[in-house]
Ligand binder design. Structure first.
Ligand SMILES: NC(=O)c1ccc[n+]([C@@H]2O[C@H](COP(=O)([O-])OP(=O)(O)OC[C@H]3O[C@@H](n4cnc5c(N)ncnc54)[C@H](O)[C@@H]3O)[C@@H](O)[C@H]2O)c1
Length: 378
């Protein structure tokens, strides 16, 4: 996928770092070096971040100072206090009107990190105003809307990247390299365990807004299944229960689920998720090949080991913000790189659609108590 090249480079910063000229005359009395000031134009993309909650704050902080070729121009959140606090803290313009931010001349690209049911409306506005967009995961909370978004994104010629940041985690990247290079042999099984430390916060507990656990939480694991196994999922058989939280049960979602996946390649997969993990964030992914296996993560991934009279204890990672800090940075870097290099999005909207197709198939499977072929949904 390409993009409209004319927008990029609306602003330039000039760095003057003059090298010694090879042709400069040298006097015997004194060395006189004629220096030619070289102006190196560094293209910087103007970025706005819309939605300043858990995910948006991470992106805003990265774009504020973490990526040389990008500059955070403004932030927007419908909550005035949140928008103002972020704008003042990050020393950029702030607004309560996302549409205004998307109209700005100095903005080339937007990060859309509002609740999932609002992604479509903002992505379509971004496309209309000719801004590249990073849309947080999942692409949206409804399959029909996802199909429309993927079609619009594809025909726009803009870079649209979906926020599956695990793809840019160094351990998952190595696992992918091992799988893709043939080192593992024939890929026969995929296994993913995802235990979140607590219930989904606020709006995300409502499946009409978040899509429910298969969209909101496990679509990461479905995306990784396709990515690591290098094969589409053709069928799923899922089960789900609400055993932990009354609110989840009342809203018709599940907090304990598992799904069997069948891949087009003939391989099988298993994904399980729970919304409770008292010992912290528990994320494990395994690809089994005919010649070798690769495992990312383990129970008790530790950032800290505490040794005292009570013995040696490893402190597990509490949440995704710690586990994927570097991956978010790399994700944002790749987004900027795709735009500046006029190259394809590394996680296009079509990949976002494929992940929510699997999520939707799981929902239907739990509801109807049967295996669901993905082609039924197309
Ligand atoms: N990549 C990841 O691992 C990851 C992690 C967390 C969240 N997310 C995704 O990011 C998105 C946001 O989730 P969150 O957890 O950050 O939510 P959040 O509730 O923490 O923050 C959402 C923010 O959006 C603002 N908002 C709501 N409606 C708005 C509108 N119309 N215009 C502007 N601002 C609006 C809210 O005021 C709030 O500040 C979701 O799609 C979620 O799935 C992804």
């Amino acid at each position: 996928m390409g993009h409209e090249g004319g927008r990029v480079g609306a602003r330039t910063t000039i760095s003057q770092n003059p090298p010694m000229s090879a042709t400069a005359p040298v006097s015997s009395m004194a060395t006189v070096i004629y220096i030619r000031a070289l102006s190196t134009a560094v293209r910087q993309l103007g970025i706005c971040v819309i939605g300043l909650g858990r995910a948006g704050t991470i992106h805003a902080e990265i774009f504020r100072s973490g990526i040389e070729q990008a500059r955070l121009m403004c932030v927007a959140d419908q909550n005035k206090q949140v928008a103002k606090e972020a704008g003042v803290r990050l020393r950029v313009d702030w607004s309560t009107e996302p549409e205004d931010a998307l109209q700005r001349e100095d903005v080339d690209a937007a990060v859309i990190a509002v609740p999932t049911n609002l992604h479509a409306q903002l992505l379509l506005t971004a496309i209309r105003t000719r801004k590249h967009a990073m849309v947080e995961k999942p692409l949206t909370a409804s399959l029909d809307e996802g199909k429309r978004m993927a079609a619009k994104a594809r025909s726009s010629g803009l870079v649209v990247q979906v926020g599956y940041m695990r793809r840019f985690d160094k351990h998952y990247m190595e696992a992918r390299e091992k799988a893709a290079s043939g080192y593992l042999g024939k890929l026969i099984l995929y296994r993913a365990i995802a235990h979140d430390p607590g219930p989904p916060p606020g709006w995300a507990a409502d499946p009409r807004l978040s899509g429910g656990i298969f969209y909101d939480m496990l679509s990461h694991d479905f995306d990784m299944a396709r990515h690591l196994m290098d094969s589409e999922v053709s069928a799923v058989h899922a089960v789900g229960a609400s055993m932990l939280y009354e609110e989840v049960r009342r809203r018709g979602d599940y907090d304990v689920v598992s799904a069997l996946l069948t891949f087009k390649s003939g391989a099988y997969g298993y994904v399980e998720g729970t919304r409770k993990s008292t010992y912290g964030y528990d994320l494990r992914t395994e690809v089994v090949g005919s010649e070798a296996s690769v495992v990312v993560g383990g129970m008790g991934d530790a950032l800290l080991t505490l040794a005292d009279k009570g013995g040696v204890r490893r402190k597990g990672l509490h949440w995704f913000t710690e586990r994927f800090r570097e991956a978010f940075l790399e994700e944002d870097r790749r987004f900027v790189r795709s735009i500046l290099n006029n190259s394809a999005s590394e996680v296009p909207a079509l990949d976002g659609l494929r992940a929510i197709e699997i999520a939707e198939a799981c929902k239907v499977s739990v509801r109807e108590g049967r295996q669901v072929e993905l082609r039924e949904l197309r």
